[in-house]
Write a protein that binds this ligand. Structure first.
Ligand SMILES: [Ca+2]
Length: 82
């Protein structure tokens, strides 16, 4: 139930809030560790999360910037709806 709600928030304002929540050290990008911690609450496996981060890390810095995160979150929502 929780994971469903969490992933269905797709409006820009909600996405910003989610991004800031996941970005624990407020660095402006989400590290693999931060992504893992967040997706663990949604029953994703750690290695699944790593693959998802790598897939969406377009500039290859190993982290998700907000624009990358938006796509990442969409994919995550799609996976959960399957
Ligand atoms: Ca990146």
């Amino acid at each position: 139930m929780t994971r469903h709600l969490f992933c269905n928030l797709n409006r820009q304002a909600d996405l910003t809030a989610i991004f800031q929540k996941i970005d624990r050290d407020a660095s402006g990008s989400i590290s693999v560790d931060e992504a893992r911690a967040a997706l663990r609450q949604m029953d994703f496996e750690d290695d699944e999360t790593e693959v998802l981060v790598r897939l969406h890390d377009r500039n290859g810095d190993g982290m998700l910037q907000f624009e990358e995160f938006v796509q990442f979150w969409k994919t995550c929502g799609n996976l959960q709806n399957e």
